[in-house]
Design a protein around this ligand. Structure first.
Ligand SMILES: [Zn+2]
Length: 231
């Protein structure tokens, strides 16, 4: 009984002293320049634990590559492009030993067999930004991952490069939004600080959810303050 009372007192003290809820971290696009959204939230392969994930690749007509006998990874604009931390955080998981597979090695019709394959994710980095906010960057190029578990990273810091490891048909970035990593759980979270290109070719501020078929790019930084003319 005494222990229970003590626990209650302790719990109420903890509650009384708990700081106000922390604002959710702002997540931004993990790349430079214009990229296309191959697949948005709850897309063809984005369901279950990967429902709230987005596949990106720089816009490029790759239709002709598919008909080549031996398309090269280097022909894809995405391959080797640098990727950055979407917000400040701590690296909590990495995988670094998987090879980049030839383009189109993973065809959709083979998905059921591949579902049992441990190498599905290929090389990846998972960063924790807040208690229930994680991002995962997946299909990274072999040898490109430059962070280790436990390392603190800042928004915009290079963490690796786009590749074709894991179950990727062609080089692209799978950006997963996670609320837990043990077990893996996904959650809808907004992306901030970007612009989307409309059908009329105009760029306008994104609404927080990059959607399949859109082109997106990081919003330009605010204009610098006018320079003082005095010297
Ligand atoms: Zn994906």
């Amino acid at each position: 009984m005494a222990a229970a009372v003590a626990a209650l007192l302790c719990a109420s003290r903890v509650r009384a002293e708990a700081p106000a809820a922390m604002p959710a971290p702002v997540l931004t696009l993990p790349f430079d320049g214009v990229w296309g959204v191959l697949q948005g939230f709850e897309g063809d392969t984005h369901h279950g634990y990967a429902a709230f994930a987005i596949d990106f690749a720089p816009p490029q007509d790759v239709g002709a590559f598919a008909r080549l006998a031996h398309p090269r990874l280097e022909d894809f604009a995405c391959y080797g492009r640098p990727l950055f931390a979407p917000a400040d955080g701590r690296v909590v998981r990495v995988a670094t030993r998987f090879p980049d597979l030839p383009p189109y090695a993973h065809e959709p019709k083979r998905k059921s067999r591949l579902a049992k394959d441990e190498t599905l994710g290929g090389n990846f980095v998972i960063i924790q930004h807040a208690p229930h906010v994680y991002t995962e960057l997946v299909h990274l190029k072999l040898g490109s991952v430059r962070v280790t578990v436990g390392q603190l990273v800042h928004r915009g810091e290079a963490i690796g490069a786009c590749g074709n490891s894991g179950n990727a048909r062609t080089p692209h970035l799978h950006l997963g939004l996670l609320s837990s990593i043990d077990p893996i759980a996904t959650a809808r979270m907004p992306i901030a600080g970007y612009e989307a290109r409309g059908a009329d070719g105009r760029w306008t501020p994104g609404d927080g959810e990059p959607k399949t078929g859109q082109w997106v790019r990081p919003a330009p930084p605010p204009s610098p303050l006018p320079q003082s003319s005095g010297r």
